[in-house]
Design a protein around this ligand. Structure first.
Ligand code: PEP
Ligand code: MG
Length: 603
């Protein structure tokens, strides 16, 4: 992402007719702003208007990216091994020739200079022109070569992201519009403080929208071909309650929405503050609530709500923030700050849950099924050097602080044993060098069906477990959690999901070791009664969910929740269970829910 941004700040209504589009709300709130279109897939960017003084440095940045791309292609063309066939060699050579074609590269340079625009944008404009010409060619063989050109453009764009990054600056009313918004882009842009997000794809549990909810940015998704319908600078209203986007709003609509513009506010009523400390059900069962938080400031906001530390710190937040693996010093600093914010309540640091697609060095080895690929602990074990760095930073941060480790995507005890081995060897190294380290507890994420079926074995190897319902539902039901088109199959209240949760709770009780439910399900006031009924006593959630969830916990009796769970465990379809939960919520507990939750009816 680059420096200055383009866009007008006017809040005048548009001359064009108002268009209302139905979308899916994934982060609540309302915003009025101006569109900033985001392009690119691996590396996302928008058009930036450069000041005269920034043009030559931008050309130099582009040239450096071309040199890096050329070096990568040379290496790929010359590599040996089964994956690098003769055909592979030819493809990479062709790509190198495209890159060395003076007219392609110089045209991009000229575009940067003449249109005073960022390199990413210039690459896109010139590539689009070339691709259009290729598509006019009659000879099928030549016509299809545009794919190579697009590959090369993608490589340059990725290389542009590999260098130094500058702070993003967005206009104060930027509404980001993208086909899909990658979590890494989200981390980059949210310093720029966009007012809202609109995307074509992405689900409620996608990391991007989890982050949006954490920092209160309204967001909607599911708008097909949205980038074709609007341009950077267009005025737009995003309604993250009703799930609506209004393009070119007229004066009357603007007036109506200006009055309603609000970001979701944390409930800070004296009543809630008075109830700090863990909430209790009506029949006095204490339920622990923790925060899923990426920043100490976010955690501090939740402290008045009786939260008990950070139950899930997704350390890939740092990977995204630093544009790659952070150093030991950067990690140590971040972990220490979190530990200071939570004190004796503790922070549970999950080791990097990233996929191989996020590693620049593996960008050529695309996985067909990244969710089933070299991800999370698998990737950490494949890159043990980086795992050692992370574990060292955690061990050091755990000295005099309450810090635990969580291993993501565990599918058997083997991964836990492998990580423990590395952890112990790093502890020995640190201790023998006289460096103080602590004794972090080790926990496993239970989010893969195999882990549910091996829960008793897993509990024997760990100090605690974290139940990740986002991935558990994805893997149990074979539904991509980030794919809006299959969102109807992503059913939290599927009988198999509830049975799986019950199995994990029972294993936790047998082992007498705690399990924290930390997926989005834990932060939903609709699902929480079911979870309590299934035996859950420890929940970790987005800080903005704590108020509404507390209100529900404090207003129901465990006995009632158990009766609901017993009833739904007998049902055999998601629709029946959803209807049963809805019926109980509406008939018994409606007073505990805020009207927007009841209206949205998120099942
Ligand atoms: C989960 O899978 O439920 C979880 C908590 O982790 P993430 O959303 O980061 O995958
Ligand atoms: Mg997960």
């Amino acid at each position: 992402m680059t420096t200055t941004s383009i866009g007008q700040n006017s809040t005048e209504p548009s001359e064009r007719g108002e268009i209302r589009l139905k979308a899916k709300a994934v982060s609540r709130g309302i915003a009025i702003g101006r569109v900033v279109c985001l392009f690119g897939s691996d590396r996302q960017f928008y058009r930036v208007q450069l000041a005269a003084k920034d043009i030559e440095p931008e050309v130099r940045r582009f040239k450096a990216a071309v040199r890096l791309s050329s070096k990568q292609l040379k290496k790929l063309a010359n590599s040996e091994g089964p994956k690098h066939s003769l055909a592979g060699h030819e493809i990479f050579e062709t790509h190198r020739l495209i890159l060395e074609d003076a007219s392609f590269v110089s045209k991009i340079e000229a575009t940067i200079r003449e249109r005073k625009t960022n390199a990413e944008w210039a690459v896109k404009v010139v590539t689009d022109e070339y691709v259009a010409k290729f598509k006019e060619i009659e000879d099928e063989h030549f016509r299809d070569r545009f794919v190579d050109l697009e590959d090369v453009a993608q490589r340059i764009t990725n290389a542009l992201g590999g260098g130094q990054r500058t702070k993003v600056r967005l206009d104060s009313d930027a509404v980001i519009v993208a086909k899909e918004l990658r979590p890494s882009t989200m981390v980059e842009i949210y310093d720029g403080d966009p007012v809202a997000l609109i995307t074509e794809h992405g689900g409620w549990t996608s990391h991007t929208f989890i982050l949006a909810r954490e920092v209160n940015i309204p967001a909607v998704t599911g708008l097909k071909k949205i980038l074709r319908r609007l341009d950077t600078g267009d005025q737009v209203i995003v309604d993250g309650y009703a799930g609506q986007v209004i393009l070119h709003p007229n004066e009357e609509t603007l007036r109506e929405y200006r009055a309603a513009v609000t970001r979701v506010k944390l409930p800070t009523s004296p009543q809630l503050i008075e109830h700090s400390g863990p909430p209790r059900t009506l029949d006095s069962r204490e339920i622990i609530i923790r925060a899923n938080a990426d920043l100490p400031t976010v955690y501090r906001r939740s402290r008045p709500l009786g939260v008990k530390g950070i139950g899930l710190f997704r350390s890939e937040f740092l990977f995204n923030r630093f544009g790659g693996f952070p150093t030991e010093a950067q990690q140590f600093d971040a972990y220490k700050r979190l530990a200071a914010a939570v004190g004796s309540d503790g922070v549970k640091i999950r080791t990097f849950d990233i996929g191989s697609g996020q590693l620049v060095e593996r960008n050529d080895d695309r996985e067909r099924n990244p969710a089933l690929g070299l991800r999370a602990v698998r990737l950490s074990l494949a890159y043990p050097k980086q795992l050692r760095v992370q574990l060292r930073a955690i061990l050091r941060a755990a000295h005099d602080s309450t810090v635990d480790i969580v291993i993501p995507m565990v599918s058997s005890v083997s991964e836990i044993r492998d990580v423990r081995k590395i952890l112990n060897s790093e502890r020995e190294r640190l201790t023998s060098s006289g460096i103080a380290c602590g004794d972090p507890g080790v926990g496993a994420m239970i989010e893969v069906p195999a882990a549910v079926l091996s829960a008793d074995d897993i509990f024997r190897e760990v100090d605690f477990a974290c139940l990740g319902t986002n991935d558990l539902i994805q893997y149990l039901l074979a539904v991509d959690r980030d794919n809006e088109t299959v969102a109807n199959w992503y059913r939290t209240l599927h009988p198999a999901v509830l049975r799986a949760i019950k199995m994990v709770i029972s294993a936790s009780e047998r082992s007498k070791k705690p399990v924290i439910v930390c997926g989005e399900m834990a932060g939903s006031p609709f699902y929480v009664p079911v979870l309590l009924g299934l035996g859950v006593t420890d929940l970790s959630m987005n800080v903005n969910s704590i108020g509404p969830v507390r209100a529900v916990i404090s207003g129901i009796a465990l006995e009632e929740a158990r009766a609901l769970a017993e009833e739904v465990l007998e049902l055999s379809s998601p629709a029946e269970i959803e209807a049963s939960v809805k019926n109980t919520v509406e008939s018994k507990w409606a007073h505990l829910y805020s009207p927007d939750f009841l209206d949205a009816r998120r099942f």
